[in-house]
Each structure stands twice: as structure tokens, then as C-alpha cells.
Design a protein around this ligand. Sequence first.
Ligand code: DP6
Length: 369
Amino acid sequence: MIIFTDTSYNNHNLCFPDSLQVSGHVEWQSPANIALIKYWGKHGRQLPMNPSFSFSLKNSLSQTGIEYKLSEDGFKYKFLFNGKRKPAFEPKLNSFFENILPIFPFLNQLELKIESLNTFPHSSGLASSASGISALALCLCSIEKKEFNKLKHPEDFYRKASFVARLGSGSAARSVYGGFVNWGKIDRELGSSDFFANKYPLQIDNIFSDLQDTIILIGSGEKKISSSKGHGLMENHDYADARYIQAKINYKEMVRALRTGNLIKFIEIVENEALSLHALMMSSRPGYFLIKPQTLEFIEKIRIFRKETNIPVCFTLDAGPNLHVLYPAKNKKEVIMFISSELLDKNNDVSAIYDKIGTGPEQIKNSKP
Ligand code: DP6
């Protein structure tokens, strides 16, 4: 059995010989994901305090390309987002590259031009780091594959991409796969790891195969607290120990509900996780409110609609005010009618992104020579 450590992928031999001429271009499209079991609390180098479980989206994507060539004076990069420099992203990118130089030592010989864009509005408050960082990690693995003829087996390729993405942003580790994905060591779950995510390996009931996610964007989307700071709040949290136990129990019950098609249990756990995340934030020291009055108003409406119609619709939240409204594809017509008339119609600063479970990242081939 291979034992993974934080330095498993360090490889000092991955360097270009002095004489070589090197240049190329790689590009990937990678999705955002929404967690059903939340990662909240970390330790060491981006290791999770509890297992998390998510699904990757179909339409909310980052597209990232890297043009690379030999550098005269060590590692250099230029990052453009929607064609412009984005100084706000640079601290996160700088520490990401610092972290991964021992994994990709050939970067010390390269100059990169990274161009990225999102298919969803960045200002929407939707986490773009998972899609953006995962696309970047996939590009770096593609350079290794192309230039060093390594990572030929897809399992090796995606595992390394997930490991690398994790070092940039925990939830990004999950975005390198499509469908349902777990990240974090789980007792008796073969292959599960704190170091990288895995595509959930077992069969899931058909009712969840085309799970819909309509994202209700509330307000301007400015984050009041970065997720790294949010994770930090768990360090001395009064409820930390109880939370990590709760997450493990919820994880097991969630996969059981998914496997058996138990929508009632699914709804119960999804909403419990979302509300627990925000309850943890409110009970941190200091406490934060990331939800808005409209978030609560809409939660109420979703629950009333569910009760009155028996349609299995529920909500989840990430670290912000936006609601992800989840429902099976067979109820799409009624739920979209409800969302348009009850949540969107009367609210000027509310908009929606219609998304659903997706199949994962794709490499953009031959977009540039
Ligand atoms: C609430 O992955 O954004 O969305 O590792 O510090 O980059 P960093 O945090 P990040 O945290 C995500 C938190 C969450 C829950 C989740 O996606 O599991």
C-alpha cells in the first residue's frame, strides 16, 4: 500500500537539461463545486479537519491557459484575469507557487503567462478559487505530462492535479473530478485521503444523476471574510470537536441516502450542513453573519413550497449569502416556476444561475500551437 505524505510528489529530477529549447501552451476548463458536507477547519498544509463531499457543476467554469517558455532568470509568471492584471489574486497565487516549486522544480526554469476567465460573474461571490486553482493545477500537470512524458495514466494525472490544487485551495482538490467527489480520510472507505480528493467510487441512485442546482445570487456578493480566515476561526471554536464528529456522521448518512435514493434524508442532511456552517460562523469569536435577510426569507419560502407541493427541493449555502437550490431533474419545471415567481420576480438585486451536476474538467486541445 502506498502511504501518502505531504512530500510524496516532490521530485528534484523534474528539470529541463540546459541545452533544451522549451515552449508550449496548455489549457483547461474546470468547474466550481458545491459541498454537501462542508470542509470548515483545516490544519498543517491545507489538510481538512473532516471529510467533505461535493458535486461539480456543469456551467460554472474557469478556463485557464498557460503559455510557457524558458526563463533567463528563474521562475516568473504573469497572471491575467479577463485580460487584465488582478492584484487581489496575487498573494494567493504567490503562496501557491511557492508551495508547489518542490513538486514541479522545472518551474524554476520557466516563465509563464497565465490567462484565466470565468463563465460566471466573479463579483457574484461564487467561489472561483476552486475552479480557477483546479484549472491551474491541471495545466501544470499537463506541462509535466507533455514535457517529461509522465502522468500518462489518468488516475495518476488527476490524483496529482487534486493534490496540487489542494495546496492552493482545499475545495479546489474536489474540482478536478466530475460528479460526486469526496476529500478527506474516512474510516473504512478505501482510497479516501486528506491529501487529495476522489471521485465517489460507488453507484449512486438514478434520482441524483441529473441533480439540478439553481444558484440564487443575493446582493453584491462581496465576501466579508476570506475562507482561509473562516477556517482559522475553527481553531479555538467552542464547538469544534462536536462539529468534526457531526461532519463524519453526516458524511456516512449522506452517501447512504445517495446510494439508496432516500431524498428525505438527503434534504435533511444537506440543510443541516448548510445551517451548521453558518451557525459555526455566528458562534465563532468574533462571530460573523454572512447570510442576508433575503437568504432567510428564501429559505422559509423553499420550505413552505416543499411542504405544500411535496416536491423534494432543498437549499445549501457556501460561505456567503447565496442559496444553492437543489432538486431532481424531474421536478425542474415546477421548481423553476417557483424560483422565477417567488424568489426572483419581486427582488431587483437577486439573480439566478441555472446549473446542475457536471462531468468534470476538460482539456482544451490545440487552442494555440
Ligand atoms: C464553505 O476551499 O475556499 O465552501 O482551503 O482556505 O482555500 P481554502 O478554503 P476553501 O473553503 C471552502 C469552504 C466552504 C465549504 C466547502 O467547499 O467544503
